[in-house]
Design a binder for this molecule. Structure first.
Ligand code: ADP
Length: 609
């Protein structure tokens, strides 16, 4: 528990996280499973390399004995040949192991990133209200890297260290159990002491930085408030305050220096002390004839390998433990089930474009207590153009979002041709209900792909033909400018479509909606200013695409509103008035007062704030 920062305030979720972080190892295994073959080959290479690296000191010792004690030239040569073979074999296997683990790491990071993005793309919109997209992209970048490294790099290090230690331990025990016992005591003690020094040093470093930051800010504060200091003649006490802070820092730094001295002293002494100890005891064993000189040399080399392995073990374990948080977070997101019921499978053969919100009440999951829509009912007959107006924050965009099934209302129903929105197959729905938002997002792809967005073969759709694309673009007043671009429809829009003007982007977004030839069209009239010519082109395109469709437009311009068949005024989440422009003016209600205010105020744009 505690490793996972809860991404949702939801209690059920937190319990699941706990279970998941306990199953961290299982999670790692699950992620690595598709590459199990590579991993096994790499592990076998590693095992074999470890055996050979254990044999090297053995052959070295034997060579010494054959040369120095037995004076046996042919046996010496044989030992040397074996030594060379072991060294070459070891390097080949080590290379294989390293290369395979590195490959494994990259394969893993591709798979984890893929799985993570796939999961994120399918989460409900409310999930994004809670979890900022910034934190999600850091999951995608940083955490996936630590996870794949935790598996590839650290498993590599750990496996190598473990195998090396096992092999060497066996050879050490075979050579001399007495010296082995010493090694088994000395090496871990050394590692623990080194770690203790390191931890204390880090801890002191943190305190020093904190203390130093305080001292610095006291100086900054003093300099910024110099007039106050002068006015009260507080120079001496201010100085004393600063000096006291410096003294606290210095005291900590002295302690840190002592720890550092202890550390370097230990690091300098420990290996030599071990060597001396082993030589002393081992020398006696040699003198007593229990051990040969060569065996003693082998043993000392084994001991070094063993100590190296022990250190790597600590390092690998620490890195894996550091990656635990990332693994838990990534795993949680990969496994997360969208908290919105799955869309249905219904595809209507015939769609009239009848739209209805029936007694809809809605609150957002982030603010469950505030009702954004309250018992709101609106019906739009096929072919009708309805303008949605009302003060900002009244719930207009929320209505649009519900009609796109971004959220499911708490109560009431959203119906198309009398059937619940949730029954429809989602691609069918997105093809028959088009949307042009206020600030269209273009992607860093060709214009063609931006227009047929969501209708590509990967989306399980038959992509529109070039004629259909051009027709949609003509209706959207976009064809002419697109044809004028150097690569025409194959022009790549820059990141966020930066090379296109606001009006051009909007017209591409209109084409994107029109290429689906939707029966229902939802428009959010832009409030941001376009230049006059652009605005006229966009406006013309918007008017043109309303023919033969049911249109719901969040309207800000009086001209758009006047042109609608019906106006629906929404305020505080309730439908307050509905009727034509003339009817509503005659009523002298909210709409009339909004229009009046607008007429007195700012020209043609009906800013209903
Ligand atoms: P309008 O489009 O009329 O300006 P909205 O539908 O955007 O109104 O907003 C209606 C209310 O819902 C506002 O109080 C707004 O703060 C709130 N709201 C809108 N979107 C969200 C959201 N994603 N999470 C929480 N509250 C929201």
């Amino acid at each position: 528990a505690g490793v996972t920062a809860p991404l949702l305030g939801d209690h059920k979720k937190t319990e699941e996280e706990d279970v998941k972080s306990q199953n961290l190892f299982q999670e790692l295994v699950r992620l690595a499973r598709p590459d199990a073959a590579i991993m096994w080959v790499a592990l076998v290479c590693g095992m074999a390399a470890a055996v050979l690296s254990g044999l090297i000191p053995m052959y070295a010792g034997q060579a010494i004995d054959y040369a120095a004690i037995d004076s046996n030239r042919s046996m010496f040569t044989k030992a040397m040949v074996l030594l060379v073979l072991a060294a070459v074999g070891n390097s080949v296997l080590v290379t294989g192991r390293g290369g395979l683990f590195s490959l494994l790491g990259y394969k893993l990071s591709v798979r984890i990133r893929h799985q993570l993005l796939a999961s994120l793309l399918r989460q409900e919109i409310a999930f994004y209200d809670v979890t900022g997209s910034g934190s999600l992209s850091s999951r995608l970048q940083g955490d996936t890297t630590s996870v794949s490294q935790a598996i590839s790099l650290n498993v590599n290090v750990l496996a190598r260290a473990l195998m090396q230690m096992l092999v060497v331990l066996f050879l050490m025990a075979k050579t001399s159990w007495r010296l082995t016992v010493i090694t088994l005591v000395v090496v871990p003690v050394g590692a623990v002491v080194t770690q203790a020094f390191g931890a204390r040093y880090e801890e002191l470093q943190k305190s020093i930085l904190t203390e130093l930051a305080k001292v610095n800010s006291s100086a900054e504060e003093a300099l910024a408030a110099i007039t106050t200091i002068r006015a009260h003649a507080a120079e001496a006490s201010t100085e004393a305050f600063y000096v006291q802070g410096l003294a606290r820092v210095f005291k900590l730094q002295v302690t840190q220096t002592l720890v550092y001295c202890g550390y370097i002293c230990f690091c300098a002494l420990a290996p030599n002390a071990t060597l001396i100890g082993v030589l002393f005891l081992g020398g006696h064993l040699v003198l007593e004839g229990v051990l040969s000189a060569g065996e003693l040399v082998s043993f000392i080399l084994y001991m070094q390998t063993f100590a190296d392995g022990f250190q790597s073990l600590g390092y690998g374990a620490a890195s894996i433990s550091n990656a635990r948080g990332s693994v838990a977070k990534v795993a949680e997101l990969i496994h997360r089930k969208p908290q919105i019921e799955e869309a249905g499978h219904y595809k209507a053969d015939h769609f009239d474009g009848h739209v209805e919100l029936r007694s809809v009440s809605h609150s957002y999951p982030t603010r469950p207590d505030s009702n954004v829509l309250e018992d709101l009912s609106v019906e739009m007959r096929p072919g009708e153009v309805v303008a949605l107006v009302g003060p900002s924050g009244g719930g207009k965009s929320t209505i649009m979002k519900l009609l796109q099934r971004f959220y499911i209302p708490q109560s009431g129903r959203v119906l198309f041709d009398g059937r619940d929105i949730s029954d429809f197959e989602q691609h069918w729905l997105k093809r028959n209900v088009g949307v042009v938002g206020q600030e269209p997002s273009l992607f860093d792809r060709t214009i063609r792909r931006n227009v047929i967005f969501g209708m590509e073969p990967e989306d399980g759709m038959e992509p529109p033909t070039q004629e259909q694309i051009e027709e949609a673009c003509r209706m959207a007043n976009a064809h002419d400018f697109i044809s004028g671009l150097p690569d025409g429809y194959d022009t790549v829009c820059g990141e966020n479509g930066v090379q296109l003007s606001g009006g051009q982007k909007q017209r591409i977004a209109i084409a994107r909606a029109l290429v689906r030839n939707p029966k229902v069209l939802m428009l959010d009239e832009a409030t941001s200013a376009l230049d006059a010519e652009s605005e006229a082109l966009v406006q013309e395109a918007l008017e043109r695409c309303q023919k033969n469709r049911t249109v719901l437009v969040v309207a800000h311009r009086l001209s758009t509103i006047k042109g609608a068949d019906r106006i629906v005024v929404v305020k505080g989440g309730r439908l307050v008035e509905t009727g034509t422009h003339t009817e509503l003016l005659a009523k002298s209600g909210i709409y009339a007062s909004l229009v009046r205010r607008q007429m007195q105020g700012m020209g043609s744009s009906l800013s209903l704030a």
